[in-house]
Write a protein that binds this ligand. Structure first.
Ligand SMILES: NC(=O)C1=CN([C@@H]2O[C@H](COP(=O)(O)OP(=O)(O)OC[C@H]3O[C@@H](n4cnc5c(N)ncnc54)[C@H](O)[C@@H]3O)[C@@H](O)[C@H]2O)C=CC1
Ligand SMILES: O=C(CO)COP(=O)(O)O
Length: 328
């Protein structure tokens, strides 16, 4: 919708013929974005070749679980001059790879050809042209600036960031904390508990992010605290909603069936469990969520375990100076 508002012709690839017909004829997408009016500049097709033929830019926003298969299908139509942008927030759970790695592997292109777009941006509000700010990051400055030029407009402000790793990691990991915040709300634990989860959650995802090569400051930016706040507090957030239902005592399968849309934080919690072991970095909140989601621990017991941890100092995160030394 943002690209169409910028007078660009947009062709969406969908898997369902009915969905393509609805978008083309009624300019709506009731199943995924109810009540939104889409621009007639947005056309849809189930034929990926038609969707990307002659495209100067391709935006991939498949759920993380489908990213490899979608990128694999794109390979047959990919041209090196295409700008590849993705807005998916998650990991490949088998390899623990970031999305840009999965895409570049499948397209057999340099990771620098890929741009990530992230930040606090629920689709329900963007489509209504509510003021929104996001960040685009790439290893290649010119690619990030090209993406910025495509999306930027009066209601959609786009910043660039050099730290692609940090932007991807922050966007993925914040969903775990948003799930936890929802769970806390579902348990009626109040505002103190939620503030604690967001703050210590940010410390936790920054700690692992830095170990994986991210700039700690990225976690204070739009992809970090910005997206964490929106995902942990917005009525639109699927991760918050799923967490809240779990906190109220619903079973994971029932929650997922009732959502009907992807809840990335579930798979990301699973990935974080292995990432934390791989890097030898403690992720206490993610670890407790892992037990609740996959090992039937009661949410109340998880909170008790978090509150009963050994006494700690608050600031353990690497400083920007150390990060720069480490990367030089
Ligand atoms: N909805 C939002 O406001 C935002 C979503 N995101 C991210 O975008 C990604 C996608 O989320 P949504 O579009 O919201 O999810 P959704 O559940 O609303 O839609 C997912 C879409 O992917 C399609 N899909 C599912 N499996 C597929 C497969 N195997 N192959 C091809 N297509 C498949 C579905 O048919 C559907 O059209 C997630 O990583 C999410 O974190 C990022 C920013 C905002
Ligand atoms: O990342 C998002 C908004 O920026 C979407 O969050 P949810 O998947 O929780 O709705």
């Amino acid at each position: 919708s943002v690209l169409a508002a910028n007078q660009l012709d947009v062709i969406m690839w969908t898997r369902g013929e009915d969905q393509a017909t609805e978008i083309n004829n009624k300019h709506t997408n009731q199943r995924f974005l109810p009540d939104a009016e889409l621009s007639p500049r947005i056309q849809a097709t189930t034929d990926m070749a038609k969707a990307v033929e002659g495209a100067s830019a391709v935006l991939i926003v498949a759920p993380s679980s489908a990213m490899r298969s979608v990128a694999h299908q794109l390979k047959a139509h990919y041209k090196p001059e295409m700008l590849i942008i993705h807005a998916t927030k998650g990991f490949e759970t088998e390899s623990l790879n970031r999305m840009s790695t999965v895409i570049s592997e499948e397209l057999e292109c340099e990771e620098g050809r890929v741009v990530v777009l992230s930040g606090p941006s629920h689709a329900e509000e963007v489509v209504k042209r509510c003021p929104t700010t996001v960040v685009v990051a790439s290893l290649d400055k010119a690619s990030a600036e090209a993406a910025q030029g495509l999306f930027m407009n009066a209601y959609f402000r786009v910043y660039t960031n050099r730290d692609m790793i940090g932007v991807e990691l922050a966007g993925a990991f914040k969903n775990i904390i948003a799930l936890g915040a929802g769970m806390s709300d579902g348990l009626n634990f109040g505002d103190n508990a939620k503030a604690a989860l967001l703050t210590r959650g940010l410390a936790e995802i920054t700690r692992i992010g830095v170990e994986m090569g991210a700039n700690p400051l990225t976690f204070s930016g739009l992809a970090g605290i910005g997206d964490l706040v929106v995902t942990a507090t917005s009525q639109h957030s699927r991760n918050w909603r799923a967490g809240s239902l779990l906190g109220k005592g619903q079973k994971l399968d029932d929650v997922l069936n009732s959502m009907g849309m992807v809840v990335e934080g579930i798979r990301t919690t699973q990935a974080a469990h292995f990432i934390s072991q791989k890097y030898g970095v403690q992720m206490p909140i993610a670890d407790q969520l892992y037990h609740v989601l996959f090992q039937e621990r009661q949410p109340r017991d998880a909170v008790e375990a978090l509150m009963g941890r050994d006494p700690k100092t608050e600031m353990e995160v690497m400083t920007l100076e150390t990060w720069e030394q480490w990367h030089s």
